[in-house]
Design a protein around this ligand. Structure first.
Ligand SMILES: Nc1ncnc2c1ncn2[C@@H]1O[C@H](COP(=O)(O)OP(=O)(O)O)[C@@H](O)[C@H]1O
Ligand SMILES: [Mg+2]
Length: 244
């Protein structure tokens, strides 16, 4: 599949460049030659049917999985198979709100701040502010294991936004959360974007991702089926077919 370059950032290079990425589990090809790039501050929606390889693609970007082949560049640095661990400017939230269950919500949000050298008091303040902004203040001192699924996802989301990254990878952020909470999350995403934070957002909730992301990639069977504006992708008969 050919490379689809995003508009370059002011520095001339896209922030994230994914080049001919492949991932197979055993003989099962899950990501099969995916290339795209994300500019600084860009909002990109990643859609596609269940099993399309969306989460696996995020796992490759964040370094949870090593690709079978292909390269990932972030800010000009080769992070293939290393991901977020080497690039703290890229953070991801998990489909199931993958937080530390033995840590409190507050501690979870503090972790990426502390690992990047923010002083404890400041980390605590910033983490608390992030939790308050999504309405999690009442459970800030509860351990992850005592939080509901929606609260875990919100904690995970807060962890990403508190750390002021350049790019956030979100895996179905609004799935399974209360509609009011989802709305708050979306308004946060838009606010972050105004501060030039970029997002790659996996979602099945097309109306909202189409509203906030000017560019959409539809993945099916581990390949990019089509790419373009929400109007273009939403109107593509192949996308409708893939979803059926
Ligand atoms: N760790 C793994 N080992 C084996 N197969 C996997 C693994 N992770 C994902 N898969 C398979 O890869 C395919 C794509 O999964 P996934 O990336 O979760 O899709 P999506 O997020 O688009 O629903 C599925 O068939 C899934 O079973
Ligand atoms: Mg998934």
């Amino acid at each position: 599949m050919t490379a689809h370059a995003a508009e370059p950032s002011a520095s001339g290079e896209p922030l994230l460049v994914v080049n001919d990425l492949h991932k197979a589990f055993g003989g099962h090809k899950v990501v099969n030659g995916v290339s795209f790039s994300v500019a600084e501050g860009e909002m990109l929606a990643l859609i596609g049917p269940n099993g399309a390889g969306k989460t696996t693609l995020l796992n490759l970007l964040s370094g949870q999985h090593k690709p079978t082949a292909g390269r990932i560049l972030f800010s000009g640095m080769d992070i293939t198979g290393k991901g977020a661990a080497t690039s703290r400017a890229m953070l991801r939230a998990f489909q199931d709100g993958g937080i530390f269950l033995k840590l409190t919500a507050l501690e979870n949000v503090m972790v990426p701040l502390l690992t990047r050298g923010v002083a404890v008091r400041e980390a605590r303040d910033r983490a608390m502010a992030a939790l308050c902004s999504v309405g999690l203040e009442p459970v800030a001192h509860e351990r992850g294991e005592r939080l509901s699924g929606g609260q875990r996802k919100l904690t995970d989301f807060s962890r990403c936004i508190a750390a002021e990254p350049r790019l956030v990878l979100l895996d179905e952020p609004t799935a399974g959360v209360h509609p009011h909470v989802a709305e708050a999350m979306v308004s946060h995403i838009v606010k972050q974007q105004a501060a030039n934070v970029g997002f790659v957002i996996i979602s099945h909730d097309l109306p909202w991702v189409f509203a906030v992301c000017p560019r959409v990639i539809c993945l099916a069977g581990g390949e990019i089926l089509c790419e373009g504006t929400p109007e273009r992708v939403g109107g593509d008969p192949r996308v409708h077919e893939a979803y059926l």
